[in-house]
Design a protein around this ligand. Structure first.
Ligand code: NDP
Ligand SMILES: O=C1OC[C@@H](O)[C@H](O)[C@H]1O
Length: 396
């Protein structure tokens, strides 16, 4: 075991990016470990897990050569000179602290969504990354897939006129919830940045902002209604419904655009109850967006994981309905079999190497989204998620 855990010697002429993962996290196999296998410039070199045995099992299962464990595991990984980039796969409330610690240790950071608990924290994080010349990316993977770019292009083309409203839903039926969440999941804990709007809500919000080109401004939240979670009804939302006003995008076709702002709504739920007598009939997963435009509708099925399967239904008021799919970018970049995590990794590595990624979110995209999430909680009568108590080192 000792031998296996000894780091391979560093080859400084090798452009390979050596990732370390913080947390033996459930998300990491899909989000990084598997995509890294098909990226020639990426190696998953280490994982840090607080528990020694669990860390060793995880490393063995996913063939990760090095494990850090114990109470200082995360800091040891972050400080290790053989690691170039840190994937922060921890509960939301720990993202800020560990991404900041990694940046201070001169590592690039791929941070799980939502990037931080608060908009102010994300601003601080991006400021440090910029100061140090490091890459910091929030892992809202679906935005990196060509499918949502195709939807944005159809909207942008003006073929259906300007956007009137958008409805985006991502919700799991209660029957399926135990497959996704532990009974005592971090998602249900306020102190760890839990809540459904934080966890699932960021997908519909980011996607609808992206496809309507309203991704660099904070939306106005016009209403929000939360369904409290049984473990903490006052602070943790099991479900959230919110409505917004979208700023009019200057990229819409000026011929068809009117001065009226568009509206939007999102619905998310960790555990939708069944319907009918005693809620006996289970609901289906909701994972779709509908864009209503002057001249028709666009419906996107499976916007969260479009790499698995998706379709885009374009239904003009006059004319024939068509179905589209997009698994590659229009400039030919990408591969049919890449999923959204693989596209995200491609963008991350491109950015590290100074190549122009197919898509790269501006820091303001992330910070304004978090402002909107904060406003949703406030409007729903719940406290926005609290800032981390971590105090970044002043000068590093
Ligand atoms: N992009 C995507 O598709 C998805 C993203 N996510 C995001 O990824 C992050 C992690 O989610 P997920 O993988 O489901 O999480 P897990 O429940 O698997 O937890 C991840 C790790 O968090 C660590 N951890 C550290 N402190 C605590 C604590 N106090 N309580 C609980 N865990 C702790 C544990 O590390 P250790 O091993 O050291 O014990 C654990 O392995 C979240 O931010 C979530 O939003 C989640 C799912 C999908
Ligand atoms: O893709 C996802 O689906 C379920 C969520 O709880 C998870 O965090 C999210 O990223």
């Amino acid at each position: 075991m000792r031998l296996r855990n000894r780091p391979p010697p560093l080859d400084l002429s090798n452009p390979v990016l050596r990732f370390g993962i913080l947390g033996a996290a459930r998300v990491a196999p899909n989000a990084l470990i598997t995509p890294a296998k098909t990226h020639p410039d990426v190696v998953v070199a280490a994982v840090a897990c607080r528990d020694k045995d669990r860390g060793a099992q995880y490393a063995q299962k996913y063939k990760i050569p090095r494990t850090f464990s114990g109470p200082n595991a995360y800091q040891k990984l972050v400080d290790d000179p053989s690691i170039d980039a840190v994937y922060v796969a921890l509960p939301n409330g720990l993202h800020f602290e560990w991404a900041m610690r990694a940046l201070h240790a001169n590592k690039h950071v791929l941070v799980e969504k939502p990037m931080t608990n608060t908009a102010a924290e994300a601003e601080q994080l991006f400021a440090l990354a910029t100061k140090k010349g490091l890459v910091a990316l929030e892992a809202i993977h679906c935005i990196f897939h060509p499918a949502l770019h195709r939807v944005r292009d159809v909207v942008d083309s003006g073929e259906l006129g300007h956007v009137k409203s958008v409805v985006a839903n991502f919700a799991l039926p209660s029957l399926l919830s135990p497959l996704f969440f532990h009974r005592d999941d971090a998602r249900f804990h306020y102190d760890l940045g839990g809540g459904c709007m934080m966890d699932m809500g960021v997908y519909p919000l980011a996607a609808l902002r992206f496809i309507t080109a309203a991704d660099t401004a904070a939306l106005t939240v016009t209403s929000a209604t939360a369904i409290g979670h049984k473990l903490d009804r006052a602070r943790i939302d099991r479900g959230m419904h919110a409505t917004y006003t979208l700023p009019l995008s200057p990229t819409w076709n000026p011929e068809s655009a009117t001065k009226a702002d568009a509206t939007a709504e999102t619905t998310v739920d960790f555990a939708m109850p069944g319907w009918g007598p005693f809620g006996l009939f289970p609901r289906m997963i909701k994972n779709e967006i509908t864009v209503f435009l002057e001249g028709g509708e666009i419906f996107v099925y499976n916007f969260v994981s479009p790499g698995m399967f998706h379709y885009i239904k374009v239904r003009p008021k006059c004319g024939r309905t068509r179905y589209e799919q997009a698994y590659k970018f229009k400039d030919g970049r990408g591969k049919r079999l890449w999923d959204s995590y693989r596209y995200q990794l491609e963008a991350f590595v491109d950015a590290v190497h100074g190549r122009a990624p197919a898509y790269w979110p501006k820091p303001v995209t992330v910070t304004t989204q978090l402002k909107t999430v904060e406003e949703v909680y406030t409007k729903a009568g719940m406290p926005p998620r609290s800032a981390s108590s971590y105090q970044p080192v002043a000068a590093a």
